[in-house]
Design a protein. Structure first.
Length: 80
């Protein structure tokens, strides 16, 4: 039998437990895939006052500019 004092046994136990948790975390984190987020043209807004370009995915027709706080209406693209 191997002789260990209590502090060495506790350190070994905690080291092995932490290494196992790190291994599981790395395994599951590597396997996770993130969906690629793509902007649609209706989410990109350009302020008519300050020309600031920003993303607002919550509103469809009316949005407030985060820089100058003016309200912007989404205009329909002109047919050519």
């Amino acid at each position: 039998m191997i002789g260990l004092d209590i502090s060495t046994a506790i350190c070994l136990y905690l080291g092995i437990a932490l290494a196992a948790l790190l291994g599981y975390w790395l395994r599951f984190e590597r396997g996770r895939s993130f969906e690629k987020y793509e902007l649609s043209p209706k989410e990109v807004w350009t302020c008519g006052i300050c020309a600031y370009t920003y993303v607002d995915s919550l509103h469809e027709t009316l949005s407030q500019c985060p820089q100058c706080h003016s309200w912007n209406r989404k205009s329909e693209p002109a047919d050519t």
